[in-house]
Design a protein around this ligand. Structure first.
Ligand code: 13P
Length: 336
């Protein structure tokens, strides 16, 4: 695959003011989200909700790309247009989740390994032919009693590297997502240590497997205290520790870092992104764009406004565009 083509797409995805909407919830995950508003997760409801998001006027000013679940790539809007074509008509790049989810890591209780390599090249070639230009694979690392194991970190990193080179060979920019979960009561220092070790291993394997680093995006967690930690670090400490960790682990030719929002509340994820970008501007020597690829951080308030009722369509779209603008301001470190 043409190296320049991949890095041009990656650079476009992290253009100024812009970032990515993660709307690639698997069917079990979107069912959980719909359960929270008491809406049945049918194919039509999933289509209606995602059409509401994608057709919101003006999102292209803040959103460069949208990660889709396979079902959505082939779904049509209510007026018969493919949702992927609706995105292209707004100059939003369609992407696709290609992993088959994190499963129990047999022999290592409490840990997960991501599946999905079988048939991956053929699947990704089809997605490319059907309009996708980037892809995503999520690995999950859990902090707990005696975990993560080095075996879990190493194997997830190898799988991310195999995924990334396969994605590049099929013409899709890989989004490499090693997520250290914030579940638990661990300290921010534990998150820093585990993230540091994981990112070092991920880049070690990406290089071993000949991945072109200027044609990827990295989707990491921020460095955070565990959700149940009694003494959670504030946004300034989060920003300091996150940038310190990245400087130590992420090569300079990676064009962009696009954070996940993870288990943070939507407002916490926005505040932290803003603090990270404010500090990066102050330091002035960050080689990568520091943007977003938020699922819940962008969608939570809109999902609640919609509530499964078509009468709420416009109110929900208004909420969504406001939220996109807010996250974009945070991505620039300009949240007021
Ligand atoms: P959240 O921002 O809700 O964590 O989702 C991002 C994502 O794509 C997880 O894989």
């Amino acid at each position: 695959m043409d190296k320049d083509k991949l890095s041009n797409i990656a650079t476009k995805l992290v253009a100024q003011n812009k970032g990515i909407l993660a709307a690639d919830e698997s069917n079990p995950t979107i069912k959980n989200r719909f359960d929270s508003i008491d809406v049945e997760s049918t194919e039509n409801n999933r289509r209606d909700y995602r059409e509401l998001l994608f057709s919101t006027d003006g999102i292209e000013n803040y959103i460069s790309g949208i990660i889709l679940y396979e079902e959505t790539l082939y779904q049509k809007s209510s007026n018969g247009q493919l949702l992927s074509e609706l995105l292209q008509s707004k100059d939003i790049i369609p992407g696709i989740k290609v992993d088959k989810s994190a499963k129990d890591f047999i022999g290592f209780p409490g840990e997960k390994i991501t599946e999905g390599l079988d048939g991956l090249y053929d699947r990704m070639t089809n997605y490319y032919n059907d309009g996708a230009r980037f892809s995503k694979w999520r690995a999950v690392i859990t902090i707990g009693e005696q975990i993560p194991s080095s075996q879990c970190i190493e194997l997830n990193a190898i799988l991310l590297a195999r995924y990334a080179i396969t994605s590049q060979e099929s013409g899709l920019v890989p989004i490499v997502e090693p997520e250290i979960l914030m579940d638990g009561d661990h300290s921010i220092n534990s998150c820093y240590e585990v993230t540091n070790k994981t990112l070092n291993e991920v880049f070690n394997q990406l290089e071993k497997h000949k991945v072109n680093l200027s044609g990827i995006l990295l989707k990491p967690n921020m460095i955070l205290s565990g959700k149940e930690s009694p003494d959670r670090a504030d946004k300034n400490e989060v920003a300091e520790m996150t940038l310190k960790c990245f400087k130590e682990t992420i090569p300079e030719n990676v064009p962009g870092i696009i954070f996940l929002s993870g288990g943070q509340s939507d407002l916490e994820s926005i505040d932290n992104l803003d603090a990270i970008n404010k500090l990066a501007a102050q330091k002035g020597d960050m080689p990568w764009e520091l943007s977003f690829s938020y699922g819940r951080g962008l969608q939570s308030s809109t999902l609640n406004k919609w509530n499964g009722n078509s009468d709420n369509y416009l109110i929900a779209q208004k909420e969504f565009i406001n939220r996109c603008k807010m996250v974009s301001d945070a991505r620039n470190g300009k949240l007021s």
